[in-house]
Design a protein around this ligand. Sequence first.
Ligand SMILES: Cc1ncc(COP(=O)(O)O)c(C=O)c1O
Length: 379
Amino acid sequence: MQAYNVLAPGPVNLHPEVQKALALPMIHHRTPEFDAILKRVLTRLKVIFETDQPCFALTSTGSGGMEALLVNTLSKGDHVLGIDSGKFGERWCEMAEVFGARVTVHKVKWGEAVKVADVRRILEQNPDIKIVMCQACETSTGIKHPIQELGALIHERAQTLFLVDGITALGAFALPMDEWHIDGLVGGSQKAFMLPTGLAMISFSKKAWKAIENNPQPRFYFDIRKEQKANAKGETFFSSNVTLLRALDVVLEMIMAKGLPAHFAEIRKRAEFTRLFAQKLGLKLYAEVPSESLTAVVVPDGMDSQKLRLLLEERFGITLMGGQDQAKGKILRIGHMGHITPEQMIDVMLKLAEILKSENPGLSLPLSLEKEMRSFWNV
Ligand SMILES: Cc1ncc(COP(=O)(O)O)c(C=O)c1O
C-alpha cells in the first residue's frame, strides 16, 4: 500500500509511536491496566483544555461531540445564536434546529472573522439568547475567530452559554477554556490529537453544568451526567474505546513531555512556513486571520484547486484538501496538525511548486526556493 503524506486539516499523519499503540493486542476495559490509562487520559486532557472542570473522551466523531454540547445544554424552543462562517458553522446551526432551537444565524463572509461588535449588537437586541455557538477555527476557510473576546462578552450575561467547536483548534493552539470563559468546548481525535477518527473530547464550564442539571431535554447516548458518574468510578458509561484511548495516552504523554507551549510553537512554525512560502509561489492567503492549524490558499485564476490536489495525490502521494461549496476549485487547504517533519513540509511545498509550474510554465519561481526553505527549518 502506498504511504501518503497527509497534510489535510484532518485526518493527519500518525506518529510511529501512535501506530505502535494502535497495533497492540486488545485488553478488556475492566482491567487495572485500562483503568490507569483512562484516569491518566482524563486528567491530562484538562491540561489541553486548560480547565479545572472534568473532561470527557466520547466514542464518536467530532460532530457527536458538537451534538453532546448541544443536547446537554439546549432545551426545545431556546433561542440560539449560531455564527456561520463556513460549512461547519452552517452544520451546527442545522443541528441546533433539529433539536428544537430557534436559531438566529449570523452569516459571516467566507474567509472573514466574526466581528465581536456584531455579536454584541445581536445579543443586545435579543436578550433571550441562551447559547452562542462558534468555531474556533472554521476548517472550510481556515479562519480563526476571536474566541477570547467573544468569551469575555458572553460571560457578562448570566443566562447565556458560549459553546465552541474547537475540532480543528483544540490542541493546535491555545484555547484556555476557563480563562476565556468558554462554557462548552469540543475537540476531535483526527485533528490536533493526532489519532484516527473516532473520539470527541469535550468539557463544560461550571456555568454550563448548572444548565445541564436543569435541562429537561431528553438525551441518552450523550447524557454527560451518566458519563461523569461512570468516569468518577473509573469507567466509561458505554464500552470503552480501548484502542483509541490507549493511543491518546501516548499522544498526551508526548505533548506533556514537550510542554504545551512548545507543542503549539511547532504547529505555529509549520503555519508560518506555509504562509511564507505559499505566497512566494504566488498563492494568496484566503483567511484574513489565518489559523495555526491549517492554511487556506487561493490558487491563481484559471487553475482548478481540485485538479491540483488530485495531481499531488496521484503523482506524489501528498494529500492536501481543496475547497468546499463556494470555495470549490478556488482554494487549497494545507493542514499543520499531526506528525509532520520539516522534510515533509519542504517536500510538500516543493512538489506544490512543481505542480503549479507544470500547470503554468510561465510561472517564475525563485531559484533559491529549496535553500530558503531549508534555512527556515535549519535542516
Ligand atoms: C471545525 C469542524 N467542526 C466539525 C467537524 C466535523 O467533525 P467530524 O467529521 O469528526 O464529525 C470538522 C471536521 O472536519 C471540523 O473541522
